[in-house]
Design a protein around this ligand. Structure first.
Ligand code: CUA
Length: 361
């Protein structure tokens, strides 16, 4: 497997670790396909000449089966297919692993532009609207450091695609999705929406600026010349806490470590605890999607022991940003101040990348 690692497509940009892995797997599959094409066609041509009918009186020996040959042509493709599957699955799984040093991007799609905020940096880049109705959003990330994108949509399906990085994932209403990728080349890379979402779908674009470590620090400090420094996120530290009161959450849910039950379940340490038991005994993971669903559609998953306590459903009543802030607030109740927010509610891993050793670049 490692022999082909680091191969990149000669015609397409491959500016991320994912792109290199993807291209290596694609190359492996292509080489195999060519090999088998040559073998199959070659033998077909060879046999049709070698064993052609030479005269009217020629008789053919009846063909009996060959056990060894049959085992070989069943087992070999099976093994090769398993290799392709395992390799592809390994690379696919790597997209969902968030190392502890990853830079967090929160990306929200709506008709027809992207908004990106940096939960740990207090920055927000909104779309730059052109006169012709086009919108371009600028994204800033450091080179050779993984960044994780947490996606959702305010309205319909969108898809957050960075072709040079060979990563793409749908942004859905009502759910968080995302991926982690490490850019490997300083420079600008285009972003497209890859899910048809209405009239200006083709104009829902962006640019990822991959910065050197020094430029990244300058950008964070608000001193990078020529760059969109993005505005300070208006959501001050106590923004979420105020929402928690404004929407009446505080009337039913306690947030302290003593986990007092007021009316609804206590929220402290909910995500660290990992699972929750529902009415009927089912165990569910208390990840970010569980929290957002419980806010938007509170009746869907009822915690054991809380039947008859009817919480209002907030779908359509709070914005995507407010929802985010509340989810981050709840998951952050027992999180140390310096820990990064996670991609999907799981804890960050130990910071090692899945296959660092195989890169030849
Ligand atoms: Cu958004 Cu297409």
């Amino acid at each position: 497997m490692t022999g082909l690692s680091g191969f990149t497509h000669p015609l397409l940009a491959a500016a991320s670790d994912t792109a290199e892995r993807y291209d290596s797997l694609l190359m492996f599959i292509n080489v195999l396909s060519v090999l088998f094409f040559v073998l199959v066609v070659g033998f077909t041509v060879y046999f049709s000449i070698r064993y052609r009918k030479r005269s009217e009186t020629q008789r053919t020996h009846p063909v009996k089966h060959n056990f060894k040959l049959e085992v070989l042509w069943s087992a070999l493709p099976t093994v090769l297919l398993i290799v392709m599957f395992a390799w592809g699955f390994h690379d696919f799984a790597a997209l969902s692993q968030t190392p502890a040093n990853a830079v967090s991007l929160r990306v929200i799609g709506k008709q027809w532009n992207w908004t990106v905020s940096y939960p740990t940096l207090d920055r927000e880049c909104t779309a730059d609207m052109a006169a012709d109705g086009g919108a371009n959003t600028e994204f800033y990330v450091p080179v050779n450091v993984p960044f994780t994108v947490k996606l959702s949509s305010e309205d319909v399906l969108h898809s957050f695609w960075i072709p040079d990085f060979k990563v793409k994932k749908d942004a859905l209403p009502n759910r968080y999705t995302g991926y982690t990728v490490t850019p490997t080349e300083v420079g600008d890379h285009r972003v497209y929406c890859a899910e048809y979402c209405g009239a200006n779908h083709s104009r829902m674009t962006g640019t990822v600026h991959v910065l050197s470590a020094e430029d990244w620090q300058l950008w964070i400090d608000g001193k990078l010349e020529g760059a969109n420094l993005c505005k300070n996120d208006p959501k001050a530290p106590d923004y979420a806490k105020k929402l928690f009161t404004k929407y009446g959450c505080a009337g039913c849910h306690s947030v302290g470590p003593e986990k007092t039950v007021i009316i609804g379940p206590a929220l402290y340490g909910l995500q660290t605890q990992g699972t929750e038991t529902l009415e009927g005994g089912e165990q569910v993971a208390t990840d970010d999607n569980y929290l957002r669903e419980s806010i938007e559609y509170s009746e869907k998953k009822r915690v054991a022991g809380f039947s008859g306590k009817n919480m209002p459903a907030f779908r359509g009543r709070i914005s995507e940003q407010e929802l985010d802030a509340l989810v981050n607030y709840i998951t952050g109740l027992d999180r140390p101040a310096d820990a990064p927010p996670t991609n999907d509610g799981t804890k960050p891993d130990d910071g090692t990348k899945p296959d660092d050793g195989t890169k030849t670049k």
